[in-house]
Design a protein around this ligand. Structure first.
Ligand code: PLP
Length: 385
């Protein structure tokens, strides 16, 4: 499928999360903002110091397309020691956030007309990235009844020889689900049999609450099939610094370096030095943020249980709960009314695919005090709807 420029622009539809964000920015009444997918902490001090030093010491020019060597080494070490994914620096390309890593992976994998399988509810940008690469996104609905567990059979049923890739986002945005290793193994084995790649979006892996985080490429048999996407955005509260990575087969990474050169040349040199400090410096700030998110997760789960009319599977990672809400209306209509009349902002579930209708994504990247006010408003809304 070749896209015209107009189709390409139409494919880049604004996500419902962004739409809600823009409405909230424009509003002039007090809002509790629970739609935003970024940590509410400041970047750790030692990271900011490293960026300051980098700029003053003259690390202000282009870097190699694949990033500075010490950062590629630090990412490889982090993947291996923290997530059990054996990696060498040659198998790591530094990108402008996990977002660019995903975009490059799609451009490197997808031929016009190819299919990309997306377990759904699904983060909307995968759909756009698939379409921009000329492919067709295929959603595979997961069920709220089993907490959005990965349905390996449903994914495998959709695999065919036109399937270029399967995207597995775990912990998941928007459900917070961590996929079972046995289901992931089955999917990766089947993908290998069809020569399809598995894009493991693990930008939230460092925010896993009830178990040790393990990267997919570290525990499957066909690890060469897997491309791992990660970033410092969520784990280190560095969304604006724009540093992520794509890790996998060095020859694939070499292949996409020309696309990388023609999109961003390289990730910001100063931010790369900052990310190096983030990955090699004190771990305490990251640990503290993770523990805070885990406490908020418990708070959110308790409040959801206490309110009639909403329910959600217990998030196992990331900072989202995917609420089923029992009031009439479309997800977008409900979210809009919650914003305008009740002063609480959530992201409409329909933006996360067909499986998201009737749902709202709540981000707990906000203080417990604000979450409390937000839940009070949600409760009032449901009572008076
Ligand atoms: C599931 C998922 N993947 C990737 C990204 C991209 O993150 P970044 O480009 O900030 O690293 C995000 C950001 O919201 C996300 O939610």
């Amino acid at each position: 499928m070749q896209l015209s420029h107009a189709e390409r622009m139409a494919a880049s539809e604004q996500s419902s999360i962004r739409r809600m964000f823009d409405m909230a920015q424009a509003a002039d009444h007090d809002l509790v903002r629970l739609e935003v997918g970024q940590p509410d902490f400041s970047t750790p001090e030692h990271v900011i110091d490293a960026a300051d030093r980098a700029a003053r010491e003259g690390h202000t020019g282009y870097t190699a397309n694949a990033g500075i060597e010490p950062l590629r080494e630090a990412v490889a070490t982090t993947l291996e020691t923290e997530y059990g994914v054996p990696t060498t620096p040659e198998g790591v390309a530094i990108t402008a956030g996990g977002m660019e890593a995903l975009h490059l992976a799609m451009l490197g994998l997808v031929d016009p007309g190819d299919r990309v399988l997306l377990p759904s509810p699904v983060w909307p940008n995968y759909r756009t990235q698939t379409t921009l690469a000329g492919g067709t996104p295929v959603e595979i609905p997961l069920s709220a009844d089993d907490g959005y567990a990965l349905d390996a059979d449903a994914v495998i049923e959709q695999l065919d020889d036109r399937t270029a890739a399967i995207v597995l986002c775990t912990p998941s945005n928007p459900t917070g689900r961590v996929f079972e290793e046995s289901a992931v193994r089955a999917v990766v084995d089947a993908a290998a049999a069809h020569d399809a790649a598995v894009i493991a979006d693990e930008v939230y892996l460092g925010l896993t609450y009830d178990r040790e985080p393990r990267g997919i490429a570290g525990y499957v048999d066909n690890a060469s099939q897997v491309l791992t996407v990660g970033s410092v955005s969520k784990t280190h509260s560095m969304t604006g610094w724009r540093i992520g990575w794509l890790a996998g087969d060095p020859s694939f990474l070499h292949g996409i370096s020309t696309i990388h050169e023609s999109t961003s040349s390289c990730a910001s040199s100063i931010s790369q030095r900052a990310a190096l400090a983030a990955l090699t410096g004190p771990e305490e700030p990251v640990k503290e943020m993770r523990e805070t998110f885990a406490r908020r997760r418990d708070f959110v789960v308790d409040r959801i249980e206490s309110i009639d009319g909403i329910s959600a599977p217990r998030p196992q990672g990331a900072f989202y709960a995917f609420l089923s809400i029992d009031v009439p209306g479309t997800a977008t209509g409900i979210a809009t009314r919650l914003l305008e009349e009740f002063g609480v902002v959530l992201a409409p579930g329909d933006g996360f695919g067909t499986a998201g209708e009737g749902h709202l994504r709540l981000s707990f990247a906000n203080s417990t005090e604000r979450l409390e006010v937000g839940f009070d408003r949600l409760e009032t809304a449901i009572e008076t709807w």
